[in-house]
Design a protein. Structure first.
Length: 529
């Protein structure tokens, strides 16, 4: 069957002769039977027009209606959780339990509910009031559609139509046009059905949430540059992200990108001597989790050279060799890894274990290089191999470790393992300030693959980890601000102001910065004075 895209008002395309695509079963390599159309740019313009109408409707909707939509959508996903997660398992080879049903489904619905709570409470708007000058400002919607491109490695929690970017854009009051990932088309369809059911329940126009399955690359570039598109968000490869960024930048459109990261892990000498074997096991588990297809996968680990370093490498190599690798998400996965390995080897890295693959499979792979060689070609040796692959750098001393940190590109995460007795404190104090400038999240004594859905979480970092170091893709309310406009009201009369900026606090719970002080109180003459 050919399923039509979720574009409001578009005629059912199942009887039309269009180019179609299908997802695969990564375990077998077989193409799945359900087919999905490649949308034309005319289809995408229809979606944009629908979204423009919806943007006007959302701008006049009460926050409660948007909050209830997000919460009802979460309920719908849970009600259909078995079917959604079984389909996701078929299309991605990620385990139904615990990965999809227990962990990722819960994370998905949790962040939708967190977004709904933020909409209802409204502090995310950052209402700022100078009562003496009668100048008031706050964040509000962009008044246009946000285009969301989802990745292949999180079919629920980062899906373009259910993930964090989606939740943040809707919470800001914007319609979303989602681009499904080819790796999990049927999963995305089931999520879109649940979203439209929630829209209908609250009388929101279907243009609020739309989804197309695929388009020509040049049409994707035109879409993010469309005059009526407000912003875009992308998670995926550096090459595709930069092409979209160039198109969006040329049109003056904001775009938020998550592209590539090797997530360096530093193991200081005391920690290596104290618990090197345990750290090697943690490293192996983190690097090969989900076949290494996490954006926070530790693709670079720096350890001291010498006897303890060699023992660490041998322990890790045995784990990499003695445990079978799992299927990759894409039929091009192994070929992409092979290209990255070629760059790493050309830059001086040597393969210790693994290094072979084809189609949906690639062996667990470990490489090594000296710290001195790493500093000769740090760009080449930071090439990301998206899979169960990591490079071990043998550093001569703490000074060379710090030098490698200074040569790093921007990353999502950076980790330092230190001993429990304080012998690594001096080395840590030299290394951490340098590493912290290269990453969005600095960790101590834990691998970086876990990303908690917490208001304090930063899932971002300097280029090329993301396109802008000042934002996070995870963590509400901060993630909402990517898709919001800051608006100011100067000497506007009370009854003409948005409710959030009037003297009376519209919820009683909303935090506002009034005359330099955060407060939940109404503005009175006493507060103003």
């Amino acid at each position: 069957m050919i399923y039509p895209p979720f574009i409001d008002g578009l005629k059912n395309e199942s009887k039309q002769h269009r180019q179609v695509i299908s997802s695969h079963n990564p375990k077998t390599g077989e193409k799945l039977v359900d087919q999905y159309p490649v949308s034309t740019f005319a289809d995408l313009e229809t979606a944009v027009n629908n979204a423009q109408f919806a943007a006007g409707h959302l701008g006049t909707s009460l926050p409660e209606k948007i909050a209830r939509f997000l919460e009802t959508y979460a309920e719908n996903i849970e009600a259909n959780g078995d079917e959604i997660c079984r389909m996701a398992a078929l299309e991605t080879a990620l385990p139904y339990e615990p990965r999809l049903k227990t962990i990722e489904l819960a994370r998905t619905t949790n962040q939708l509910r967190q977004a709904g709570a933020a909409v209802r409470e409204r502090s995310w708007r950052m209402a700022t009031i100078d009562s003496a000058a009668n100048i008031r400002s706050m964040y509000g919607p962009l008044n246009g559609p946000v285009i969301v491109f989802g990745p292949n490695n999180f079919p629920l929690a980062f899906n373009a139509i259910s993930g964090g970017d989606f939740a943040a854009a809707i919470a800001a009051g914007n319609p979303v046009i989602a681009k499904a990932h080819p790796g999990h088309l049927s999963t995305s369809r089931l999520l879109a059905e649940a979203a439209w059911e929630a829209l209908d329940a609250y009388g929101l126009p279907r243009g609020t949430v739309q989804m197309f399955y695929h388009c020509a690359p040049e049409d994707g570039l035109k879409l993010v540059a469309h005059p009526n598109v407000a912003a875009a968000a992308f998670t995926g490869s550096r090459g595709a992200g930069l092409a979209l960024k160039q198109a969006a930048d040329a049109a003056g459109k904001p775009i938020y990108l998550e592209m590539s990261s090797v997530n360096p892990v530093y193991v200081l000498p005391g920690a290596l001597a104290e618990r090197g074997e345990a750290i090697a096991a943690e490293f192996f588990g983190s690097c090969t989790m989900a076949s290494g297809q996490f954006c926070t996968n530790p693709g670079l680990i720096i350890v001291p050279q010498g006897q303890d370093g060699e023992k660490f490498l041998q322990t890790a190599a045995a784990l990499f060799q003695n445990n079978a690798s799992g299927p990759l998400l894409s039929e091009f996965g192994a070929a992409n890894i092979q290209r990255s390995l070629s760059v790493l080897q050309k830059a001086g890295a040597e393969i210790v274990i693994g290094g072979t693959g084809d189609g949906f499979r690639h062996t667990n792979t470990l490489l090594r290089v000296s710290g001195e060689a790493f500093l000769v070609d740090p760009a080449g040796l930071q090439t990301e191999a998206f899979g169960p692959v990591s490079l071990v750098v043998m550093a001569r001393d703490a000074q060379e470790m710090t030098a490698t940190a200074a040569s790093l590109e921007g990353n999502l995460t950076g980790t330092i393992y230190s001993d429990s007795q304080g012998s690594d404190d001096d080395a840590y104090d030299r290394l951490a300030p340098v590493l912290a400038t290269k990453v969005g999240r600095l960790l101590n004594d834990k691998m970086p693959t876990g990303v908690a859905v917490s208001p304090a979480m930063v899932h971002g970092g300097p280029y090329p980890a993301t396109g802008h170091p000042g934002f996070t893709a995870v963590g509400i309310p901060a993630s909402i601000h990517r898709f919001a406009a800051l608006r100011c009201y100067d000497n506007v009369r009370q009854h003409r102001l948005p409710p959030e900026l009037r003297d009376e606090n519209p919820t009683g719970d909303m935090w506002r910065l009034v005359d330099g002080r955060w407060t939940q109180e109404n503005i009175t003459s006493e507060i103003a004075n």
